[in-house]
Design a protein around this ligand. Sequence first.
Ligand SMILES: CC(C)(COP(=O)(O)OP(=O)(O)OC[C@H]1O[C@@H](n2cnc3c(N)ncnc32)[C@H](O)[C@@H]1OP(=O)(O)O)[C@@H](O)C(=O)NCCC(=O)NCCS
Length: 179
Amino acid sequence: MPTAAPVPTPAAVFSHRPLTDADIPHICRFARNREELYFLFPRATWPLTPEQVRASLAVRRDPTVVLRGGEVVGYANFATFEEGCSASLGNVSAAPWVRRTGVAKHLVRIMMDRAFDHHGLPELVLRCFNTNTPGLLLYAAMGFVPIAIEERTAPWGDRLALLTLRIDRARWDAGRGEG
Ligand SMILES: CC(C)(COP(=O)(O)OP(=O)(O)OC[C@H]1O[C@@H](n2cnc3c(N)ncnc32)[C@H](O)[C@@H]1OP(=O)(O)O)[C@@H](O)C(=O)NCCC(=O)NCCS
């Protein structure tokens, strides 16, 4: 009797590598609107342009893309980096046409491995707005916990809460293989 083909896991479907200049026009299409661009890159001006991304690379570290088939479908980097102390995860984004398929989970896991395994950092932090439900639930699923709240005013005038979330090495170690 024929057996069903195994369903591929995300790890088998996705690959990753450092960002190249040719990827930049693709990642500029990941934010669907002004609000999403503000969530993922608060200092950027809508619409995101390759020039803004290139300029940001001067101060960001480990820019990384996720690919599905040969297509670039996810992007993240470290927005700040303090050797031996801490890094903050930034520009986390998934192409709109592949969302809800595990791209961001794969991407965040890669960046966590990079922070803890490769750089040996004791913690990884990130910032996420209170109205960004997909982002907050993503980071909660990956083991991040909120540690601070600050007020911000969005470009469209709304008062927002900007949460800082953190995961430390022990929690990351305990969660290996999950998520
Ligand atoms: C947030 C974002 C990166 C998620 O990308 P994604 O590839 O769709 O996420 P995944 O498929 O890996 O989902 C991982 C988890 O995130 C959460 N999540 C993602 N999208 C969600 C949604 N629309 N509603 C609720 N939860 C959601 C869920 O917990 C999900 O796990 P589940 O599928 O087991 O329920 C994507 O929506 C995006 O690029 N948004 C615009 C930019 C942005 O807000 N970036 C984050 C800045 S802090």
